[in-house]
Design a protein around this ligand. Sequence first.
Ligand code: BGC
Length: 354
Amino acid sequence: MSISHKLFGTLPDGRGVDVYTLRNASGVKVRILTYGGAIQQLYIPDRKGCFCDVLGGYDCLDSYVRGDGYQGALIGRVGNRIAKGTFTLDGKEYRMFINNGPNHLHGGEFGFNAKIFDVVATEDTDTPSLSLRYVSPDGEEQYPGTLTVTVTYTLTAENGLRIRYVATTDKKTILNLTNHSYFNLAGYATGSVLDHELYLDADTYLPTDTSLIPTGELRPVANTPFDFTVAKPIGQDIEADNADLTIAGGYDHCFNFRGGASHEPVLRATLYHRESGRKMDVYTNQPCVQVYTGNFLTNEEFPFKGNFAQRPRSFVCLETQHMPDSINHENFTDCTLSPGEVYDYTTEYRFSVE
Ligand code: BGC
């Protein structure tokens, strides 16, 4: 229905960061920053028609710059971890920035979450949209190839927030883009997310070592706490006596969708908050989702919007993507991109009440 923008803040080097507000006819409102393409607010209705903001995030730019947790941000070039920050592509070894224990996480020292995106198009229609572009130079964060990434956010008339990622490269490279929004459908300032019911169309998950690098095994979810093929509360089994949960302090695992990547986006996950009636269906053509229950949300220096304290397990991220560290595992999904190919993935978070 409408799109508008204004200045959100100014970086120490003087560059301005804008916030774009998209609204649809039902009153759903989303705010997106040009810094990291971060989704800063998302207002959706409950069963009674009361709107609240269901996303983690900050009030000011400084917290997006200095805070951790990648709140709402676009993640690139490679989401999740690369073991010991090392991989080999076409015989050449690459050594990446180490920023998470012994590993490389979410694109390195200055990933896409820390870049200002150019606004290349806006549409002020019934389905308002915002297209952001970032051209990542050859060798940025050691990744090969000049990578041109266009991310389009669309607010649909059916209360869906659609994110389409399109990218091309001029040299063979690796790529795994996602969005790092933290959801709590009761409202961002309410507390635990453990009462939310989760359904995942995933029959295997990736166990990890103690530094959260996948071991290489695709383990069946059947008869484990990782079975969400029938919806269940996130908290139901989170304290189970299970080595994989203990290592991560909760869920922080890649779940592999049945049949892998799809041509068109299909329903792969549902998050439901029974008390408010808010429901989020996740449609994607990606092969996997990283389910992260915010186990590391503890940073007291950077409270969330409205000065709400960070608390572990108060949000869940459903990061649709390829398998973490896939470049180092022959049996994992292929995350390489060559010149002439077009990386094109779409994920839609569609909201309703039940
Ligand atoms: C990872 C977590 C990590 C978090 C950082 C998630 O995608 O799976 O292990 O701590 O991002 O915010």
